[in-house]
Ligand binder design. Structure first.
Ligand SMILES: [Zn+2]
Length: 285
């Protein structure tokens, strides 16, 4: 039987044994519970993050790198999906605390080398704040990775927008065994700017929104999705293909292993920046 790698599936004594044998990194999958059109279930981001962690842990084991996977954070930042039945949300400040306290709990047991694996675009800004704030206050460096960035070369080659429940995400969900009902796949708000203008909300031609946005851009807030998309899809889910998803998986997983390897073999975290003494040159009185 394959080695169990999900922390919550182990007994406490098994966790102790694993730690004694040595753990190279801990992956923390982060999803959300939110609508993904009529063609995919609410847990799609959780399934993607967790399955990528599982595959990365297996691939790492082939290189004798031991990885544990923390429980998936499955209710996060989905306030802009709340018009759709079943979507759940945390307030942003609550989420920042949840992230920090989960990291602290793992650290309490001596589980370090944490890598957050985020499957939800709506979490990017807060998680970027979270990992920086965690370092600022504890001196512990948590890395944050996201499949659309790790596979930017593959995902960037997709013709349509990479936003929500569209071609890329639907393809990836398929490749990772999620329930996908292609007969219900939709194309909606394909041009997000046009959809926002049509809904009568402020927009700029330099507005950036897609996860693969490159070049000049302006951050605009998320939209309440039912205002711009009837189905909940933003992009074109009908173009999704299993092969596209497999290509993303085959690109992302080895790069996740590379991050594990790098983290495991590089130096330990320094003291927290905010407690570090000022350098002699800049000594305060
Ligand atoms: Zn999603």
């Amino acid at each position: 039987m394959a080695q169990e790698r999900f922390l919550e599936k182990l007994t406490w004594s098994e966790v102790a044994d694993r730690m004694h044998a040595g753990i190279d990194a801990v992956l923390l999958p982060i999803g959300t519970t939110e609508q993904h059109g009529r063609h995919m279930p609410l847990d799609t981001d959780c399934v993607i993050a967790r399955a990528l962690c599982e595959r990365a842990a297996q691939a790492a084991a082939e290189e004798n790198l031991e990885v544990l996977i923390a429980p998936t954070l499955n209710v996060t930042l989905s306030w802009y999906h709340m018009q759709f039945p079943g979507s759940l949300r945390l307030r942003t400040d609550t989420f920042l605390h949840v992230f920090e306290e989960v990291c602290e709990s793992l650290h309490h047991h001596g589980l370090g080398n944490l890598i957050a694996v985020n499957g939800h675009g709506g979490n990017v800004a807060a998680l970027t704040v979270a990992v920086n704030r965690y370092y600022e206050t504890t001196g512990r460096r948590v890395f944050l990775l996201q499949w659309w960035e790790l596979a930017a070369d593959v995902v960037g080659a997709i013709e349509g927008p990479v936003i929500h429940a569209e071609e890329a995400e639907t393809s990836l969900a398929m490749a990772l065994g999620q329930r996908v009902m292609m007969e219900h796949a939709a194309r909606d708000a394909y041009d997000r700017g046009a959809a926002v203008r049509e809904a009568g909300f402020p927009w700029t031609s330099l507005g950036k929104y897609g996860l693969t946005h490159r070049g000049p851009g302006v951050v605009v807030p998320m939209d309440m999705l039912a205002d711009i998309s009837e189905s909940g899809v933003v992009g074109d889910a009908r173009r999704a293909k299993l092969e596209t998803g497999q290509q993303i998986v085959e690109t992302v997983v080895p790069r996740m292993v590379q991050v594990v390897r790098d983290m495991s073999s590089s130096g330990s975290s320094p003291p927290a920046p905010e407690t570090r003494e000022a350098s002699p040159a800049g000594a305060a009185p």
